[in-house]
Design a protein around this ligand. Structure first.
Ligand SMILES: NC(=O)c1ccc[n+]([C@@H]2O[C@H](COP(=O)([O-])OP(=O)(O)OC[C@H]3O[C@@H](n4cnc5c(N)ncnc54)[C@H](OP(=O)(O)O)[C@@H]3O)[C@@H](O)[C@H]2O)c1
Length: 306
């Protein structure tokens, strides 16, 4: 059985990065089935599973299985991995046990008897920038994966364009950023990232033992991003730096003190260094220019202004 025809396990199926992959896999890999490792138990698990299945056409649901999986629990991770030929792992970025979750996924996939042939790790650009805990947490996972004997591909995307709340920006004409908006930053469109993941799934051998830094475009919010909004809409937009206080961080989903501290460290780091990189690798993988801000907004703004 080819890997693209086997069972593909997604470990963070509700995340920004992996959720949009579900329909792409179902549409483009007709021989594949999906196992979604859903966090939570009881009613929480049911709510998340219902939410995931609701977005899958009824005639495709028999190809999708949701399993309860606490990624910190090795036995549950092992059960989720059983029978899978490909694992796509993404860890929850501001979680104190993010490394352990990734190590569990790699270890379970590489144990004797495992059917996993290829492991795709969605890491982050420059995990060696260890001053950010959500970058540092990915280094040991990359190391364990490279040493595991598994076929693997490591993807290192920079900051994704989809982090912006386009609806709020269109309503207020303000782009609120909790760090210095003049800093040079790198951005990547999630659709480009998903196109790369699909290429890896379609031809894992070709991408075996590769580590790809994925940057679509570099620029700052107060120049490239605000300029792209003006170009696409013909309107004037303003960028404002907002405080990363507890209320703001809670609104960003940082529920625990650990998450808020990790997020503050990241935002402090962004203020001085940003996350720029080079787009050559993404251009090569896509075989075209990566999506820039103007193309991204031309595609996405009509969806939110309906
Ligand atoms: N966003 C970016 O710009 C970006 C760029 C590069 C790399 N990354 C990395 O990509 C990863 C995901 O980021 P994202 O922005 O895509 O995340 P996201 O959309 O905010 O999703 C976070 C996910 O983490 C899950 N989660 C939280 N706690 C969990 C736990 N204890 N066990 C299992 N799952 C848990 C949540 O699952 P439920 O919904 O089921 O609760 C949610 O789906 C992070 O490691 C981040 O560092 C992000």
């Amino acid at each position: 059985m080819s890997q693209a025809n086997g069972k593909i396990l997604l470990t963070l199926p509700r995340s920004k990065q992996l959720r949009p992959l579900i329909p792409l896999i179902l549409a483009n890999l007709p021989g594949a089935s999906l196992r979604l490792a859903v966090s939570g138990s009881g009613e929480d698990f049911t709510r998340k599973t219902d939410d995931l299945l609701a977005s899958i056409p009824t005639d495709q649901r028999s190809r999708v299985e949701c399993v309860e999986c606490d990624l910190t629990n090795f036995a549950q991770v092992k059960a989720a991995v059983a029978g899978a030929t490909v694992v796509i792992h993404n860890g929850p970025g501001m979680h104190p046990l993010e490394s352990e979750m990734g190590l569990n996924a790699v270890t379970a996939s590489s144990e004797p008897g495992s059917s996993v042939k290829h492991f795709i790790f969605c890491s982050v650009i420059h995990p060696l920038r260890v001053k950010m805990t959500n970058h540092a947490a990915k280094l040991p996972v990359e190391e364990r994966l490279i040493e595991s004997g598994l076929g693997y591909t490591i993807l290192r995307p920079t900051h994704v364009m989809q982090n912006l709340n386009l609806k709020a920006i269109l309503e207020t004409h303000k782009i609120s950023i909790p760090y210095d908006p003049t800093i040079l930053h790198g951005f990547v469109d999630l659709s480009d990232l998903q196109e790369v993941i699909m290429s890896v799934l379609q031809n894992p051998e070709k991408h075996n033992r590769a580590t790809y830094e994925l940057v679509g475009t570099n620029g700052s919010y107060d120049d490239a991003v605000v300029g792209a909004f003006a170009t696409v809409t013909g309107d004037k937009f303003e960028v404002q730096k907002v405080a990363a206080d507890d209320e703001k961080l809670k609104a960003m989903g940082m529920a625990t003190p650990y998450q808020r501290e990790a997020c503050r460290r990241m935002l402090f780091y962004y203020t001085f260094r940003g996350l720029p990189g080079n787009s050559n690798v993404l251009r090569m993988l896509l075989g075209r220019e990566p999506t820039d801000w103007v193309a991204f907004l031309q595609r996405e703004l009509p969806k939110v202004s309906k």
